[in-house]
Design a protein around this ligand. Structure first.
Ligand code: GLU
Length: 517
């Protein structure tokens, strides 16, 4: 723990790809730990790999964290940088790393290595052939000062390696996994910490930044476990404090191999596009590796903070189960008010082309200055306006049914169509003949036409009376439903009719009948 005992954690992504589920989990667990311990959550961008790092990936990290509501206290933001340890982008910290590389070289804890790539490759192949793990043979570790100076002048390319003890045990207490021991001989020999220009490789940059930024706890994925002994060796060589470590279990697909695109979408934003709510995604992700100790499954972010204990994280791999995510998302959608649900659905309805957003005449979007614009909606296929109230009534029919928002459009599309395009066979219930189906539709048309008031109890009364008469409800309700929705499955036919309105219901029943004539 740092001097003032303040918990300071960091999320340190490399912007070399889209922000993925594993990163969401690392960010979330760091966030929870910081909030639980009333500490500080830092966002550091590890962009030392200049070839693979891209600013669009950094933007994706920031927008994803914002979408998820994982607010950070220090680090890179959209507007600039926040905090006392600026810069928080590794690409802007070159001078700091140089200082540390110099120190290690001066103290003989690191050395220049002039070995050619080909030579190193050859030695690796030889070791492999002998069934040995690849390991740098230390050729340059004992060069004299003169030899070194000569080679520094002669060679175009070289690197800087850390000098590590030959046979030593490195031990640390992982907050999740308990005591962990590594032998220095497992590390692969003196490893590279910096390039010729003193620009650091990941392990050195990470150690320097964690130290300079006074990070107290390092919470990250198990894939970094093998870096930890190297980082501890650097910390020891520099004589700096070793932070506490916690390695989260790997996230696995259902087949127990590491989660990849083969199993599920991996980028956080794809989940947004599919219609997962940020709170549902976080709720699902917190259960990937953390065990609350009971069967409870639904946690708001606030509840997660209260209940979270790093020590309750599991060691074994966490299986990513999309059905569970869908279930959790469905639960969150169910708990929305109809208004909230409609607001969430509207972008998806727009994306699928069912509606368009318009601004009322003489009014402008807020961006055009002060005036509060009123959005209205338009159905391109029907060439008519639709109010948000009506959109709300339509989508509310599916609030309890859908698991993800992108499913809504294909459920409700029939409300927005001028004509339904379905095969007439859909109108047949069990063994009904054409005449019987026509008769059934006729009776529905009659009932609907004679209703005084378009209200659910009236429609229900009329149709159910007829259905009971038939003995088998399906003989009335199936052709009715098929006619007004054009679908095999939908929300309850009477609920659909209520929202569809008497005129459109009648029109669709008549169109269905015409299909059979
Ligand atoms: N930059 C590393 C990564 O994105 C994280 C390093 C760390 O947490 O120590 O995997």
């Amino acid at each position: 723990m740092k001097k003032n005992n303040k918990v300071r954690v960091r999320f340190a992504p490399s912007p070399t790809g889209y922000f993925h589920i594993g990163s969401v989990r690392t960010a979330l667990f760091n966030y929870l730990y910081a909030r639980k311990e009333k500490g500080i959550f830092v966002l550091r961008i590890e962009d030392t790999d200049t070839e693979r790092s891209r600013s669009e990936y950094e933007s994706d990290i920031i927008r994803s964290l914002k979408w998820l509501g994982l607010h950070w206290d220090e680090g890179v933001t959209e507007e600039g940088e926040e905090g006392d340890f600026s810069p928080y982008r590794q690409s802007e910290r070159a001078d700091i790393y140089k200082r540390y590389v110099h120190k290690l070289l001066e103290e003989g804890k690191a050395y220049y290595c002039f070995c050619d790539k080909e030579k190193l490759e050859e030695s690796r192949t030889r070791q492999k052939e002998k069934g040995l793990p690849p390991r740098y043979n230390g050729d340059c570790s004992a060069l004299s000062k003169e030899e070194r100076e000569k080679l520094l002048k002669k060679k175009d390319d070289y690197v800087i390696r850390m000098r590590i003890p030959k046979e030593e045990e490195i031990e640390f207490e992982d907050m999740i996994r308990g005591k962990i021991k590594f032998e220095t001989k497992e590390i692969g020999g003196d490893f590279v910490i910096a390039r010729k220009d003193f620009s650091p490789l990941y392990n050195l940059a990470c150690v320097v930044d964690d130290h300079e930024m006074q990070i107290s706890h390092i919470i990250r994925g198990e894939d970094h476990l093998s870096n930890t002994p190297k980082q501890i060796l650097i910390q020891e060589a520099l004589g700096i404090e070793v932070p506490r470590y916690a390695h989260l279990p790997l996230i696995l697909g259902p087949d127990k191999s590491k989660l990849s695109k083969r199993h599920a979408a991996v980028s956080a934003y794809e989940y947004r596009e599919m219609g997962y709510l940020p709170e549902a995604l976080l709720n699902f992700i917190v259960l990937l590796g953390w065990n609350p100790g009971d069967d409870r499954e639904i946690y708001s972010l606030r509840e997660m903070i209260e209940a979270f204990k790093l020590e309750r994280c599991q060691k074994s791999g966490a299986i990513f189960n999309i059905d569970k995510l869908n279930f959790i998302n469905g639960q969150y959608l169910k708990n929305k008010t109809d208004e909230e649900f409609a607001d969430l659905c509207i972008p998806y309805l727009i994306n699928s082309g069912l509606i368009e957003a318009r601004f009322k005449e003489d009014q402008y979007p807020p961006a055009y200055g002060g005036m509060q614009a009123k959005t209205t909606y338009f159905i391109p296929e029907r060439k008519e306006d639709i109010s948000s109230q009506r959109i709300k009534e339509i989508v509310a029919l599916y609030k309890e049914k859908v698991k993800i928002l992108s499913e809504v459009s294909k459920e409700v599309d029939f409300f927005f169509k001028k004509e339904l395009n379905y095969d007439k066979d859909l109108l047949f219930w069990k063994k009904m003949t054409t005449e019987e189906v026509i008769g059934s539709l006729d009776r529905s048309i009659e009932i609907i036409s004679n209703l005084k008031k378009w209200e659910k109890p009236n429609i229900e009364k009329g149709l159910m009376k007829e259905a009971e008469k038939e003995g088998d409800r399906g003989r009335v309700l199936w052709p009715f439903r098929a006619a007004i929705t054009g679908k095999k499955a939908s929300a309850g036919p009477i609920d659909v009719a209520v929202v569809l309105g008497s005129k459109e219901t009648l029109k669709r029943l008549k169109m269905a009948k015409n299909k059979l004539l």
